[in-house]
Design a protein around this ligand. Structure first.
Ligand code: CA
Length: 437
């Protein structure tokens, strides 16, 4: 059994919160994700359990030691203070919460019942004050698919299998699920035009990603060793890296993405802790034998053995017409984070390898998660082959890129025989028309 597993992952454990035991719930007692919640005039860090939310800092007396410090930190309008305490404290809080919420624990029920609210009565806010935002490019399938549109003979650049590539985005582009995304303006140049022009982006796209949040910070000048990388990861959420492909195509050479990416990044509101994901850790990507081995600082036995994450990520689109007719969202893709070529540990280690540090609240995106099949493509860029193969929706509508009123929803879930399945909730946003200039 993995050393990462403990009694909080026991699949037979049930809660006295009835909805936590429902079949298919994303938030059973084995998950307990953290988020920031407003209820009436109170804002607090809460824990989702079934269809309820626990206001942790309302029941401080139930906790001791470092779990008590962590519970105190939940009396806040962001998770940053809790995250900064580090994973030992978060784990102690989780262990005690699991104990108190377990079916049959009458003391727990008496103590916690009054701190529970129905999720339907709460407003879920942005969970984290984002310190810095870096987006990687860790899916070799996505890198190959995207590269083949530009360089059919050599889709992957020579550095791809040696260095986890990323770019530094804008922390202030990150907003929580539900906030509309305004179509950006930008400079673009059509292939047949001699000169660029400025106006609303016409090739608006989404990217299915997983985001990791840094809890315990690292020290400048002291790179994080790969075997310690997960000590710095508080948890994960779904992430949609909205992308304006026409702005990107014109601006990204030679320096990479700039304004094509900084107008909006959506995240799901509940952060699933690294500990809750322990049952779904999996071996790192199996590199073909003729691929280069990672350099020593990116190589570690434990990371090879269980540095990957088995998280299924799905994307759906719902157009305005689909909403108006009550049609179900259209399933765009189903991909899996276990197909990422680089692990999150390798991303953290590489990020700090030059002596730069990671701060509490830093967000690290995986890059678009795509897989090998046609059903596992995490962006319209890949689904429509750069816009050349339009997508036909059940309503008769056609999409090459997103139109105003389109709503994209990401979902994520983890399942493994012998363990309770958990989910991430959803990350949804609708495209609002470009502002007038
Ligand atoms: Ca991206």
């Amino acid at each position: 059994m993995s050393v990462l597993l403990n009694q909080t992952h026991d699949p037979s454990r049930r809660s006295w919160v009835p909805s936590a035991n429902f079949d298919g719930t994303e938030f059973p007692i084995q998950n307990l994700p953290f988020g920031v919640v407003r209820q009436a005039d109170r804002i607090f860090c809460g824990v989702a359990i079934g269809e309820s939310i626990l206001d942790v800092s309302k029941c401080i007396s139930a906790f001791d030691g470092i779990a008590r410090d962590a519970a105190y930190a939940c009396d806040n309008s962001s998770l940053n203070k809790l995250m900064a305490l580090g994973n030992a404290s978060v784990s102690a809080l989780r262990a005690r919460l699991v104990e108190l919420l377990t079916e049959g624990n009458a003391t727990g029920q008496n103590t916690l019942q009054s701190a529970l609210s129905a999720a339907a009565d709460c407003c879920i806010l942005s969970p984290v004050r984002i310190a810095g935002y870096t987006d990687f490019f860790a899916s070799i399938h996505h890198a190959t698919n995207a590269g083949s549109l530009f360089r059919p003979d050599a889709p992957l650049l020579p550095n791809y299998k040696h260095v986890p590539i990323g770019y530094n985005g804008r922390a202030n582009s990150v907003r929580v699920s539900g906030v509309p995304v305004t179509r950006p303006h930008g400079q673009t140049k059509a292939a047949q035009e001699p000169l660029p022009s400025f106006g609303p982006a016409m090739r608006l796209d989404y990217e299915v990603e997983l985001g990791a949040y840094i809890g315990s910070p690292s020290v400048a000048g002291d790179p994080v060793q790969l075997r310690h990388a997960w000590d710095h990861i508080f948890g994960f959420s779904l992430l949609n890296d909205w992308s304006a492909r026409d702005i990107q195509a014109w601006e990204y050479q030679p320096l990479g993405p700039f304004l094509a990416k900084t107008f909006a990044t959506s995240v799901s509101p509940w952060i699933v802790t690294a500990e809750a994901l322990a049952p779904f850790r999996t071996p790192a990507f199996a590199r073909p034998t003729d691929d280069p081995s990672p350099l020593e600082y990116l190589s570690d036995d434990a990371d090879r053995l269980e540095g990957g994450l088995k998280v299924t990520l799905e994307a759906f689109v719902r157009t305005r017409a689909m909403r108006e007719t009550g049609a179900a969202p259209f399933h765009l893709s189903s991909s899996d984070a276990s197909d990422l070529y680089w692990t999150f540990g390798q991303m953290v280690t590489h990020h700090t390898s030059n002596g730069s540090s990671l701060d509490t609240g830093d967000l690290i995106g995986s890059g678009t998660v795509s897989g090998a099949g046609d059903n596992a493509l995490g962006s319209l860029l890949e689904i429509t082959k750069g816009g050349s193969r339009p997508l036909h929706l059940p309503t008769g509508e056609i999409r090459t890129w997103l139109e105003d009123g389109d709503e994209i929803t990401l979902r994520g879930h983890c399942a493994r025989p012998g363990f309770r399945s958990i989910g991430f909730g959803s990350c949804t946003a609708t495209i609002a028309p470009a502002n007038r200039t």
